[in-house]
Design a protein around this ligand. Structure first.
Ligand SMILES: NC(=O)c1ccc[n+]([C@@H]2O[C@H](COP(=O)([O-])OP(=O)(O)OC[C@H]3O[C@@H](n4cnc5c(N)ncnc54)[C@H](OP(=O)(O)O)[C@@H]3O)[C@@H](O)[C@H]2O)c1
Length: 332
């Protein structure tokens, strides 16, 4: 495993572990004991960056993921960085599998969230605390002001924003320096590349979520893949439909070709492509499986030249591909 620094001083493994899918959005939650073992194996493998959120869970156990991550990593607390998020809840009235998100970043809500997250994580500080989604009713300056206080109180050490645009990041950074943003980024979702110049100017890291386009870029899913309706968001994602799979044939062929050239796998090439593009990008693929945990960590050892990255970019920009899941809509 290699390591990189987000912002001024948050050093993390170059590939982090997204823990969401262990408890939320990828079918019924996985077995807690098995996931606890997997988290420990991740630490042994050199992963030091773990991503969770207060809302990762099920209707019955809405905060399951923080509890899992906190308990599993407790013996290694000083070796690892834990990121979690505040500022949304789900619209539980909705019949949709991916229930709309309701943003709420009122200062009193953030205060209650941080206390509850610290308790569930069993720690006295959060290493990276993200606003999960912008709240149109609360100016980002007010949110950043609360972050300043939480840093002064030692409850968090760094903060960031998820799915924020340039204007919002700039405004937030003026009040309390932002260490990293966490936005969607993959070969199928490149719209935030326009933020790169600003991230470089302000020295802000980019934590890339859903870096495998929800697993699709691994090439291991096909028309016969079945996803649990009701609990697995992949059942409604455009890249996994029959039509989507047909449209993405060239994309998977491109990945397969480069994978053979580099003696790697398509998933590793998808991750290495972004790692080699910018030194401040840290992907956080999620998995429930040991072999994939190893495979994804291996991406940090694969080197693509500037020319190879550019050639991939060019091919991606000109080829046909389906829509990709762009996230659950927010409701306010
Ligand atoms: N800030 C936000 O709003 C936000 C939104 C979404 C996600 N996130 C964070 O980002 C993390 C990652 O995103 P994600 O889980 O949505 O998408 P992802 O990492 O692109 O894909 C995860 C899926 O890919 C599969 N997978 C992982 N590695 C694989 C490999 N090497 N080969 C084949 N399949 C593989 C996993 O299945 P198996 O488990 O079966 O291996 C899982 O279903 C989450 O865990 C969460 O922490 C944040």
């Amino acid at each position: 495993m290699k390591y990189r620094t987000l912002g001024n001083d948050l050093t993390v493994s170059a590939v982090g572990l997204g823990c969401m899918g262990m408890s939320h959005a990828y079918g019924a939650p996985a077995d807690k004991k098995e996931m606890t073992e997997l988290l420990v194996q991740a630490v042994d493998m050199g992963y030091t960056f773990f991503d969770t959120a207060e809302v990762y869970g099920t209707p019955e156990h809405p905060h399951d993921n923080e509890e899992l991550v906190g308990a599993a990593l407790a013996p290694y607390r000083n070796q690892v960085k834990i990121a979690t998020k505040f500022g949304i809840h789900f619209d539980m009235e909705s019949p949709q599998v991916n229930k709309p998100l309701v943003p709420d970043s009122r200062p009193e809500v953030i205060r209650a969230s941080v206390e509850a997250s610290l308790k569930r994580l069993g720690t006295d500080h959060i290493d990276l605390y993200y606003q999960h989604r912008p709240d149109p009713d609360v100016p980002v300056e007010e949110v950043a002001g609360v972050m300043t206080e939480l840093i002064q109180e030692g409850k968090i050490t760094h903060w960031g924003l998820s799915e924020a645009d340039e204007e919002m990041i700039r405004r937030a950074h003026k009040v309390c320096p932002v260490t990293a943003i966490q936005n969607r980024y993959s070969m199928m979702a490149r719209w935030y590349e326009e933020l790169f110049p600003m991230l470089e100017e302000l020295n802000i890291g980019y934590v890339a979520f859903s870096p495998l386009a929800n697993g699709f870029l691994s090439g291991k899913y096909g028309k016969d893949s079945v996803f649990e309706a009701g609990t697995d968001y992949r059942s409604v994602m455009p890249q996994f439909t029959t039509e989507g799979i047909d449209k993405n044939a060239s994309l998977l062929a491109l990945l397969q070709g480069m994978a053979e050239e580099k003696q790697a796998t398509p998933a590793q090439i998808s991750l290495a492509w972004m790692l080699c593009k910018k030194p401040y990008i840290v992907p956080i693929p999620g998995t429930r499986k040991l072999n994939r945990l190893e495979e994804n960590a291996g991406a940090s050892e694969i080197f693509l030249t500037k020319e190879e990255v550019e050639a991939l970019d060019q091919a991606l920009s000109s080829m046909e591909m389906s829509d990709v899941f762009g996230g659950t809509p927010t409701k306010k």
